[in-house]
Design a protein around this ligand. Structure first.
Ligand code: HEM
Length: 267
């Protein structure tokens, strides 16, 4: 009982802080992608030299530290609920076997490196091909989580979402922030920034935006049951189909928001 109370208190506090930092992080991500990208294109060289070195370091501070703390509290929630309390497994009377451990390592440790290598390969050159290949990989990982590692509905959903979140945090700290430091310094000095770095930071930021919408679905999903099997011809065995459809819908929503953002203008 005492142990359950401690878990309950930690769960509530970690969850609260996780969402607070998530809002700080993703709020800035959407500001960069849906507001600032269009605004930056309207600035002349002199204005850029004044605005960028004052605005971007401030916004990127909240962005990167928001990412770090969201990730930390997300991992604490994973460890507390999904590993310690075994919510990851469909049968909590069993223990974590080799398939479950391999899938946890794949989604939570290896995924950013696989994503990064794919992005740097020929596949990464074409966004449509990259989207298709990564969707197939996500589907494959989902199937392995369900049928091989025997993860619960809540377990496979959160591992796909946490995998996206881990890739996103990796992008923030190891791709976007290092590039932006150099881009901002160049603009401050009045020299043109390296186009390769601009493309890298912009591309990774767009990927993060695409991943963020399905991620949000997986994070809040355990509060609802409509798609967990028993409805819509889904069973508990095939509920993963709903997640894959939601990922595609989420990606389409982001694409539509980018289109809308390009049409919103200043006075
Ligand atoms: C960075 C990697 C991330 C990890 C490892 C992670 C992990 C988790 C975990 C384990 C949960 C608990 C889910 C459950 O109880 O079923 C959770 C909940 C949640 N997360 Fe994340 N998360 C990450 C990123 C994000 C981001 C970027 C956001 C954006 C705001 C976010 C928002 C949420 C929300 C809203 C909840 C649900 C809280 C609730 O319903 O009580 N997470 N996350």
């Amino acid at each position: 009982m005492q142990n359950l109370l401690v878990v309950g208190i930690l769960d509530a506090l970690f969850r609260w802080l996780h969402v607070l930092f998530g809002v700080i992080w993703i709020g800035h991500l959407y500001f960069f992608n849906f507001v600032n990208a269009g605004f930056a294109a309207t600035m002349d060289g002199d204005t850029k030299k004044k605005v960028v070195p004052e605005l971007m370091p401030r916004a990127l501070y909240w962005f990167r530290w928001g990412a770090a703390w969201t990730y930390l509290f997300g991992i604490l929630l994973l460890v507390l609920l999904f590993y310690h309390q075994k919510a990851a497994l469909s049968d909590i009377t069993t223990s974590f076997g080799a398939p479950a451990i391999i899938m946890i390592l794949l989604t939570m440790v290896a995924a950013p490196f696989i994503y990064d290598a794919l992005q740097k390969s020929g596949i990464g050159k074409n966004p449509r091909v990259f989207g298709a290949v990564t969707f197939v990989l996500v589907a494959l990982i989902t199937l392995l989580l369900v049928y091989w590692a025997k993860f619960s509905y809540r377990g496979f959903n959160i591992h796909i979402g946490a995998m996206f979140g881990t890739i996103m945090a990796f992008n923030v700290w190891f791709r976007i922030w290092p590039s932006q430091k150099k881009i901002i310094t160049a603009i401050k000095e009045g020299t043109p920034p390296d186009p390769g770095l601009v493309a890298l930071a912009g591309g990774r930021s767009r990927h993060n935006t695409y991943m963020s919408v399905p991620l949000l679905w997986t994070m809040i999903n355990f509060h609802t049951t409509a798609f967990s099997g028993g409805n819509l011809r889904l069973t508990t065995e095939t509920a993963w189909i709903a997640l894959l459809v939601i990922i595609l819908i989420g990606w389409h929503m982001v694409w539509q928001i980018y289109k809308k953002a390009a049409k919103v203008k200043g006075f």
